[in-house]
Unconditional design. Structure first.
Length: 455
């Protein structure tokens, strides 16, 4: 039987291993971001290249083989659907349903529609950014009439001739638009408007040359879509069960081993043969989902040294997979996995945010979506702004004390029997502290608008 010293050594080695794994994940994320930057720099030139030229350029610049270069170029996001409906149709359906609603229900539906539109706009922006040859012309492209299927067609364009036709129409529109700015309405203004209309038509004609049949999915793509859907709808599912659920067409061409290999490529979290993944619909607006998670199973607080603390908490193996997925989707923060619980129950997994930059970035994006902890978020944003630029003001220390008391109030106001006197908090002063917010004072000193996003 191992001795206590041996257990201590094993524990220390496990902690070192956990630290190395976290560092490895951080390095992978940095590498992915740097790779995107290197690709854009390598492909940015004075002329439009074909896919063949792009692959050769990446091979020379990044010192990789053609297979890896092709994979780096093929990063177009998956089609954005909710319950097998595309987003424009879903928004239209939601707007029709809103007509029958009144009061708060109507307002909530309007907010849901706005959130869906924001998420879809972000998705389309990511689609454009993934098409490296069109990304430099994003500004005029956004003035054109297009949908997600049109962007898929742009992604399918491989020859330099097709690509140059598109870029030519975008540049003509862009030049006419720049010339038209500040011009008085007249003959020249009308001629430029006509040029812009012709450029738009030329863009649409070029898009139509790519057939809809070229967008049809291969059997391999259908297989990957089925695996993703099965894992998202059945957390903890195994490869054998996924194989059993497949329709005959895919079942004959697959096996549990093939599915396991595909799962590694799809970025699905695997723990002891069980698979987990956050649905892509959630990732489209990860900030709304993160805000809801913090409201229910997270915390926004500060310690007695006035250091901000924000975190998400989940338990068990499923919670561990979930934290790993959230960390990938958010892109920053620090994970603490498999921590012992004080009650000696299931292991606790946390995703914490310590640095002021990370806290501001997270809370600013989540602020419009908070329902329960919006007050906590505003207090931390105010405190961090004070700490950055206003430590020497005569009201800094007194306001820090007020923020600490307000944070205690926000976190324990529903706690019956909480000892407020122990924290030197007079409940009659809470409203006075709230009204003494220094955001407007700092705005006037900097002569800028408030940093809060519109709720």
């Amino acid at each position: 039987m191992p001795t206590a010293e041996q257990y201590d050594k094993i524990s220390e080695k496990a902690k070192e291993l956990a630290a190395l794994q976290r560092r490895e994940e951080e390095v992978k994320e940095e590498v992915n971001r740097d790779t995107d930057t290197e690709i854009f720099k390598a492909l940015y030139s004075d002329f439009v290249m074909s896919e063949y030229d792009e692959i050769n350029t990446l091979c020379d610049v990044l010192k990789i083989n053609a297979t890896k270069a092709r994979k780096l170029l093929d990063r177009f996001p998956q089609e954005y659907t909710v319950e097998e409906k595309n987003i424009p149709d879903l928004i239209k359906q939601m707007r029709m349903s809103r007509r029958k609603l009144k009061g708060d229900n109507r307002e909530n539906m309007a907010k849901a529609i706005d959130t869906m539109i924001d998420a879809y706009s972000d998705h389309l922006s990511k689609c454009i950014d993934s098409i490296y040859w069109i990304a430099p012309y994003k500004n005029p492209l956004l003035k054109m009439r297009f949908n997600e299927k049109d962007l898929q067609k742009l992604h399918k364009m491989k020859s330099s001739e097709q690509r140059r036709e598109v870029v030519d129409s975008l540049c003509k529109y862009w030049e006419a638009e720049i010339s038209q700015k500040g011009m008085v309405y007249g003959k020249n203004y009308a001629l430029l408007s006509k040029e812009m209309s012709i450029a738009k038509r030329a863009f649409r004609e070029t898009i139509k040359k790519v057939s809809n049949q070229s967008l049809a999915k291969s059997k391999k793509e259908k297989q990957r879509d089925f695996i993703l859907k099965a894992v998202c709808e059945n957390h903890g599912i195994g490869a054998r069960l996924i194989h059993d659920m497949m329709p005959n067409e895919l079942h004959k061409a697959s096996s549990p081993k093939v599915i396991t290999n595909e799962i590694k490529k799809l970025g699905i979290v695997s723990i002891d043969g069980s698979f987990y993944k956050i649905p892509d619909e959630i990732k489209k607006n990860i900030w709304a989902y993160t805000a809801a998670f913090i409201d229910s199973d997270g915390y926004i607080t500060l310690d007695r040294k006035m250091n901000p603390r924000v975190g998400l908490v989940a338990t068990g193996e499923r919670g561990k997979a979930f934290m790993q997925e959230m960390h990938k989707s958010i892109g920053f923060g620090r994970m603490h996995l498999d921590q012992k619980s004080p009650q000696d129950t299931r292991l606790i997994n946390r995703l914490n945010f310590y640095s002021q930059g990370d806290v501001v970035n997270l809370l600013s994006k989540c602020l419009p979506h908070f329902r329960l902890k919006k007050g906590n978020a505003k207090l931390l944003l105010e405190l961090i702004r004070m700490k950055k630029s206003y430590k020497k003001t005569d009201w800094y220390k007194s306001r820090c004390d007020e923020i600490f008391k307000l944070m205690k109030w926000e976190n324990h106001k529903d706690h019956v029997g909480f000892d407020w006197a122990k924290e030197n908090i007079n409940l009659d002063d809470i409203q006075k502290y709230t009204d003494n917010c220094k955001m407007s004072v700092m705005d006037s000193m900097e002569q800028i608008g408030t940093i809060y996003p519109t709720a």
